[in-house]
Ligand binder design. Structure first.
Ligand code: SF4
Length: 385
């Protein structure tokens, strides 16, 4: 039986990975490096890849563009203009509702912001992480709390759609310092907040320090308290939760991230970038020099995986249950059959009985308590390969 992964609408997203940073943060395992001398060759390779992969999106109009990294705000206006020129030679971007650039506070000078606002970019996602200077030092961020506040205030003169990233569950972070970080963020009247619990990723400085006993992870009860505090304080301010880690005032949810969750086709350009066409995923090599030389020599390095029916079902569970909308049972029945729908309802019964999942209006979704436990619930509901 042929089953589509999602009933995606005929729009598409474009993700562009900028793999450069001025320095490495202590918690980060994203693909990025500090060899800024590669920037010119990288820009050429990126535009070449873009041109060679236009057909991937099958003429679907672009709805969102997202510059992620790494640190896209490190790019000069000349580099960004050249990338936009390349995009616009293939797509009409007037249909794009959202064009986001990830930025670090230390890059956002008045001059840089003015230049960015003259490009088609209409949304900034600023990596702040904390408004506590000790925590920022531990994370090896390049800004102080005050510099972050100043950068957001400057950015608001040029952009009316701003998201900030925050982190909780940091070693030695107290409930009161987290509460203060949330309050500082809310005082800035931004439109969107993404807040992530620290994970100790293999190969990072923080993971090594934890292994050596030089830092202590927070207790699980503290993590739960911090998450509930986040949910409560943002809700009081009218910032609605729409995904495990994402909150927005109405009308300002990230369309780009939502398109990942809704299964919309997207093209990822640059080293380590992932692409999805409804039936398969592919991802570029996570090595900037090899990415560039592969493109220069006409032999791009990437891997591809065609999704099995089980993969498609598991992806739907994993993606949908992360959102507050949850899973449509009508869709499960339509795409995977009546028996699969019945089995899902049966498996969900114990979570519903425990009050961490709700069945409402023919949709299964996690309660606000359940969202914090989503990893375990999602794993339990997935099918075995
Ligand atoms: S967190 Fe951001 S700025 Fe820091 S190393 Fe990772 S990608 Fe670079």
């Amino acid at each position: 039986m042929y089953v589509k992964l999602f009933q995606y609408s005929s729009v598409a997203g474009l993700y562009i990975h900028i793999p450069f940073c001025k320095s490495r943060c202590s918690y980060c395992d994203f693909h990025s490096g500090v060899q800024l001398t590669l920037l010119d060759r990288f820009e050429d390779a990126l535009c070449t890849e873009l041109t060679s992969r236009v057909s991937y999106l099958k003429n679907d109009p672009l709805e969102t563009i997202y510059f992620g990294g790494g640190t896209p705000s490190l790019l000069s206006t000349e580099h960004l203009s050249a990338i936009f020129e390349s995009i616009q030679s293939h797509w009409d971007i007037s249909s794009c509702n959202e064009i986001t650039l990830e930025a670090n506070p230390d890059d956002l000078s008045e001059e840089q912001l003015k230049e960015l606002s003259e490009l088609p970019i209409n949304r900034l996602s600023i990596g702040i992480q904390s408004f506590n200077d000790n925590e920022l030092k531990l994370l090896r961020r390049r800004h102080t709390a005050q510099q972050a506040v100043d950068a957001v205030k400057r950015a608001q003169k040029y952009f009316s759609n701003i998201s900030i990233d925050l982190m909780y569950g940091l070693p030695e972070q107290t409930i009161s310092s987290w509460e203060n970080t949330i309050s500082e963020a809310l005082a800035l009247n931004i439109q969107h907040v993404s807040a992530y619990h620290l994970t100790y990723e293999e190969g990072t400085l923080l993971e090594r320090k934890r292994r050596e006993g030089r830092i202590l992870p927070v207790l699980e009860e503290e993590s739960v308290t911090m998450y509930r505090l986040l949910q409560r304080k943002l809700k009081e301010k009218g910032i609605e939760q729409y995904e495990i880690s994402n909150f927005a005032i109405p009308g300002f949810h990230s369309r780009h991230n939502s398109s990942y969750w809704e299964g919309i086709r997207y093209l990822g350009i640059g080293p380590s970038a992932h692409s999805f066409d409804g039936e398969s995923r592919q991802w570029n090599i996570a090595n900037t020099l090899q990415y560039i030389t592969g493109i220069e020599q006409g032999t791009p390095h990437f891997e591809k995986e065609v999704l099995s029916e089980t993969d498609k079902y598991n992806e739907m569970i994993m993606i949908s249950l992360r959102t507050t909308n949850g899973i449509s049972l009508e869709r499960v029945e339509k795409e995977f059959g009546t028996n699969t729908k019945k089995e899902l309802i049966k498996q969900s019964a114990r979570f519903i009985d425990a009050g961490i999942m709700l069945l409402e209006k023919n949709r299964l979704h996690l309660s606000s308590e359940g969202l914090f436990l989503s990893d375990g619930i999602i794993t339990d509901l997935m099918q075995e390969q």
